[in-house]
Design a protein around this ligand. Structure first.
Ligand code: SF4
Length: 224
């Protein structure tokens, strides 16, 4: 064996015979596996509001996220690697978002693009908007801005690539022995407030509040 040693990314050193030095490269399985995945991330073709326009712009020729292996936006969740939540997430839309997420194959990722997707944005606590999509699906990368610029979206996508680079197949959930459960799909009405029922819910909440106040007053009088 040659005295010459090679070092892989984990710092482990290997002997390589001299006649193979020009033909053999040693690396870690995680490095190759992650390189393949992070270099061909296919997004779901899916836009929700004004941020969607910036996402389209980022895909077009000036910014061109094809340079990062993301050019193939798929209309079917079955063929995608990640989902960009690009816009305001309304209560009516959340069930569809969770259903699409469940239909994506593992490994899968979610990018929350902009203030609306990350936390409700200018519509936070509005009667028809959820305060962040991460209440319903796991988010890997958050991008600030209203809307984020194409540069900011590209930075978020590069951040996602870095996250993938750091993963290891020893710990990824899609290789665990436990079966992967689908996320529960919220139902507009029982789980999410129905906007058409808003007045009724408000009246009910007001009534509950009055009852609680009366209860507090009675307790205070009793203890005095
Ligand atoms: Fe529109 Fe701003 Fe919300 Fe993006 S974050 S969807 S630009 S309101």
């Amino acid at each position: 064996m040659s005295e010459k040693m090679r070092e892989n990314i984990e710092g482990i050193r290997y002997d390589i015979p001299p006649d193979l030095e020009q033909h053999v490269n040693i690396t870690a399985i995680d490095k190759i596996y992650n390189w393949g995945r992070r270099s061909s991330l296919w997004p779901l073709m899916f836009g929700l509001a004004c941020c969607g326009i910036e996402m389209i712009c980022t895909a077009a020729s000036r910014y061109d996220f094809a340079r990062f292996g993301m050019e193939i936006m798929r209309p079917s969740p079955r063929q995608t690697d990640f989902m960009i939540i690009s816009g305001t997430v309304t209560k009516k839309m959340v069930p569809q978002i969770v259903r699409l997420y469940n239909q994506m194959p593992e490994p899968k990722y979610v990018v929350a693009m902009g203030a609306c997707a990350s936390g409700g944005g200018p519509f936070k606590e509005g009667y028809n908007v959820v305060s962040g999509v991460d209440q319903y699906v796991p988010v890997d990368v958050y991008i600030t801005g209203c809307p984020p610029t194409p540069q900011a979206l590209l930075h978020g996508l590069i951040t996602l690539q870095r996250k993938i680079d750091a993963q290891t197949i020893k710990q990824t959930r899609w290789y665990s022995k436990e079966p992967l459960e689908a996320l529960p799909v919220p139902i507009l009405g029982p789980d999410l407030m129905t906007p058409s029922q808003y007045e009724k819910i408000k009246a009910y909440s007001h009534q509950k509040m009055l009852e609680e106040q009366a209860q507090d007053t009675a307790t205070a009088v009793e203890s005095a």
